[in-house]
Design a protein around this ligand. Structure first.
Ligand code: G3P
Ligand code: CA
Length: 233
């Protein structure tokens, strides 16, 4: 059975990338959670999907131009339902500390040094400081950032995210030093999974919410499935 991974937590029913969504995913029995990381103007790693706060909070602005205090003053739950009003944006440190020690953390770095100079080092330093290395797999669409993380920390598990039907994802993963392919689900076939496994790579796919596609991914033999509705996994 593939790993059950709550995408942005149990984000189908709870406000994405908040502790409420992560707690709900844990209640539903996931083995891992996926979440997204940006960096504030004063250097704190925070867990949000968009580069701007506008969609999921009552505020407005670019995370990279805002301080942690400004981000912490925002309300990030009410957009999903009045029962979540008051839910804050969590820092990455808070997510590590507030979740069970055996919960796997599929951490998506939304952008590397191209937008956040030195964030690869910052992320690795935080993971080490928290003693959380064994829980982490870092993924990104920013393959240069992944390669840099591999050079800084050759044993850190890395997932190569992609959303196109790449000609040769396995060679690309090797060039990065990635340990996993993270394809969008529509590109996953049994052949791809077989080739990845033969190359020593695992395959974790996203975002799979509909039962027929969940069954399809299980049939293809993937190692992990990220879903907004982890109870369906
Ligand atoms: O990590 C898989 C998936 O989360 C990538 O897309 O836009 O949901 O972050 P997105
Ligand atoms: Ca993500």
């Amino acid at each position: 059975m593939p790993l059950r991974i709550g995408h942005r937590g149990a984000s189908g029913t709870h406000p994405e990338n908040t502790l409420a969504a992560f707690r709900r995913a844990v209640e539903l029995g996931v083995q891992g959670i996926e979440f997204d990381v940006h960096r504030t103007a004063d250097g704190e790693l925070v867990v949000m999907h968009d580069p701007m706060v506008d969609r999921t909070t009552a505020g407005t602005g670019l995370i990279m131009t805002m301080t942690l205090a400004q981000i912490k003053s925002l309300e990030a739950g009410a957009w999903k339902g009045p029962e979540f009003a008051g839910e804050p944006v969590p820092t990455l440190r808070e997510v590590i500390r507030a979740t069970p020690a055996d919960l796997l953390l599929f951490c998506e770095l939304k952008a590397g040094s191209i937008h956040y100079p030195g964030i690869e080092q910052d992320l690795l330093a935080l993971i080490e400081a928290e003693g959380a290395r064994s829980r982490f797999q870092i993924s990104s669409f920013d393959h240069k950032a992944l390669k840099q993380i591999h050079e800084l920390s050759p044993t850190m598990p890395l997932g190569m995210l992609y959303e196109e039907n790449l000609l040769d994802p396995i060679s690309m993963a090797r060039a990065i030093g990635a340990t996993a392919l993270h394809p969008a689900w529509m590109w996953v076939t049994p052949e791809l999974v077989k080739e990845a496994h033969a190359a020593g790579l695992t395959v974790n796919t996203w975002v799979v919410d509909l039962p027929p596609f969940i069954d399809m991914m299980k049939g293809a033999g993937v190692d992990g499935i990220m879903s907004n509705y982890p109870d369906r996994l």
